[in-house]
Each structure stands twice: as C-alpha cells, then as structure tokens.
Design a binder for this molecule. Structure first.
Ligand code: GLP
Length: 244
C-alpha cells in the first residue's frame, strides 16, 4: 500500500485526476473502475475541466461502476447511474454504451443473479479493470461491501448496514423512499483490478482510514484487505490522515 497525504481535498482530487489521465492517455483500451459518493465529485470536476482543456479524450475508455441501488431506477436523482451521467459522462466524449453501472432495479431474484454474473463477464471481456477508483465508508466499506463481507465475494446483492443507510440519508428527502439494498462488485472483483486508487477526505473518515491502513486485515473493516493488493495507493487529505 502506498500512502499519499496531501493538504486539502482539492489536492486529493488533482492527484487522483493525474492518475486517471496516466491510464486514459497511456493505454490503448483503458478500462476504469469508477465510484460514487461525495468524495469523487471533485475528481470528476477536474476530469471535466481537463477534457474541456483538450488534455484528454475518453473516446476509447470503458468504465465499470462499483455499485448501484436496488429500488430506484436510473432516472432517479440518487441513483448512481444518474450521478455518473450528471457529474461526468454527460460532459465528456465517452461513448455511453461503454459506461457500465450494475443493472439492479426492477429485476426479480433470478434476473438479479444473472445481471450480477453478466457484470462480471463484461469486466472480463473488456480485459479487466486497469485503475479502480474507490472511496471508503465510515464503517470501512468499499463499494457496498459492508463489514463481514467475504474477501472472496463477487458482484452480488448486499443489504446496507444501518450506519451506511444513516450516512447516505443526507442525499434523500425526509419522506422519500431510501433503498436499503444494492448490487455491488465483490471484494474479490475489486482486488482483480490491476491498480487501485482509494480516496478519503475529512475527519469523519479518519477512523476507517486508520483501521484500513494500520489495523489487522479483517472483514470487520473491509478496506483493510487492500493491504494485500500489490498496486494500491491511498490518497488522503490531512484530516482523513489525522489518526495515523
Ligand atoms: C457510499 C458508496 C461507496 C462510497 C462510500 C463513501 O455509500 N457505496 O462507494 O465510497 O459510501 O461515500 P462518501 O464519499 O459520500 O463519503
């Protein structure tokens, strides 16, 4: 694990954008793993700015998102498909057909299992993920792999933990339906990425960051398994690094 500590969230976003551009400009058929949540919003802004400055083209990029809610469709403002379109895809030259977000809404149990398998297959057919962007939950989750998730897990349905539901409540109106289920890449799926860049900012992430980097490898803090991944960089602002 390589640890990079920078002064502010803007520095973290600029650093992450540099890593994304290394892959997008350096590889013939780049495959990105993308994340949602508030942490990467600034990264996507920087990527759009660099695209507008003609420093990068996403024409040949394929992307796979980590996760998606079950119970709201892609037109819902809190769906991760909507998030990705609004924050990144609608503003760059990526081919929408090459952008993948787990397809999870409106499917019965059998179809959900097939959809998860298809997602795994599509990643393989694309040649695997070159760079996976990750955030981390305050309880240490990566994607929606909540504490106790198996390190051998593949793309599947997960029930969100109470703490994750509470942490994400801020995005939903008080009387609005909030999903408690999601489809997420598994931990084994994530670990197959050739390189990983985990971003964390703010003091509320400091405890999860400490467990992830300094704690024993434990499924109680899913991010800690990244200690075993050969090409993982964790980029932090000073607040997120404050308990190290
Ligand atoms: C969410 C997402 C994760 C994300 C994490 C942290 O629920 N499923 O992919 O990394 O929680 O989110 P945030 O960046 O908003 O703190």
């Amino acid at each position: 694990m390589r640890i990079v500590i920078l002064p502010t969230p803007s520095h973290v976003a600029e650093y992450a954008a540099d890593r994304v551009l290394d892959v997008v400009n350096g590889y013939k058929n780049p495959v990105l793993g993308l994340a949602t949540g508030s942490t990467p919003v600034e990264l996507y802004k920087v990527l759009v700015t660099r695209y507008q400055a003609e420093l990068v083209s996403f024409e040949h990029v394929k992307s796979f998102n980590l996760d998606e809610y079950i119970g709201i469709d892609g037109r819902h403002q809190q769906s991760y498909r909507y998030f990705m379109n609004a924050h990144l895809f609608d503003h760059i030259d990526i081919n929408m057909a090459n952008t993948h977000v787990p397809l999870a809404d409106g499917l019965d149990a059998k179809e959900l299992a097939l959809s998860a398998q298809l997602y795994e297959n599509n990643i393989k057919v694309a040649g695997g993920i070159d760079l996976q962007i990750l955030g981390v939950g305050i309880n240490g989750h990566i994607g929606f792999n909540e504490p106790t998730s198996s390190f051998a897990s593949r793309t599947r349905i997960k029930t969100l933990s109470q703490s994750t539901v509470e942490a994400n409540q801020r995005f939903f109106e008080a009387d609005e339906f909030q999903p408690k289920l999601a489809m997420t890449m598994g931990i084994a799926t994530i670990l197959e990425s050739r390189s990983i860049l985990l971003m964390a900012t703010g003091e509320q992430k400091a405890k999860a960051v400490k467990h992830m980097i300094e704690g024993p490898i434990s499924s109680m803090w899913p991010g800690s398994i990244l200690q075993q991944h050969a090409a993982t960089t964790v980029v932090l602002d000073e607040a997120a690094a404050s308990e190290l």
